[in-house]
Ligand binder design. Structure first.
Ligand code: 5GP
Ligand code: ZN
Length: 118
């Protein structure tokens, strides 16, 4: 079972922000912004590439509610999902990062493999 499925099951504790029948939002264990929250579906879905439109339609208002609860709706925030190897996805259970609480930098590409180019 993946780490996030264990969080859904309560096997691994998490600092929850909001939960409903389909989704959980909890604080990232290793925050990279003053506020860094993850939103996951309770169902194990590998990544954004695998999610169906019905679940995404439900996820949208849930994420908007989390943003409001965090008080980021006025100040702004970043919503990110990493997909696969080049996307930097470490946990293969769909999750959206909500980042905020201060000005965020915007830098994406690191040339770590000289054999590859964009
Ligand atoms: P990814 O790189 O897959 O987009 O993001 C995975 C995120 O999950 C990382 O930001 C990492 O800090 C977070 N994370 C990994 N393990 C745990 C955990 O056990 N609990 C919590 N709350 N966050 C985790
Ligand atoms: Zn999972």
């Amino acid at each position: 079972m993946c780490i996030f499925c264990k969080i859904v099951d309560g096997e691994i504790p998490s600092n929850k922000v909001l939960e409903d029948d389909n989704f959980i939002a909890f604080h990232d264990i290793n925050p990279t912004a003053p506020i860094h929250v993850l939103v996951i579906p309770k169902e194990h879905i590998e990544s954004f590439s695998d999610v169906d439109a019905d679940l995404m339609a439900k996820m949208t208002p849930f994420i908007q509610d989390v943003v409001k609860k965090l008080g980021l709706d006025e100040s702004g925030y970043r919503l990110v999902t990493n997909i696969g190897s080049d996307g930097g996805q470490e946990i293969n259970h769909l999750h959206f990062h909500i980042l905020g609480g201060g000005k965020l930098i915007w830098k994406h590409y690191q040339e770590s493999d000289p054999k590859r180019s964009i």
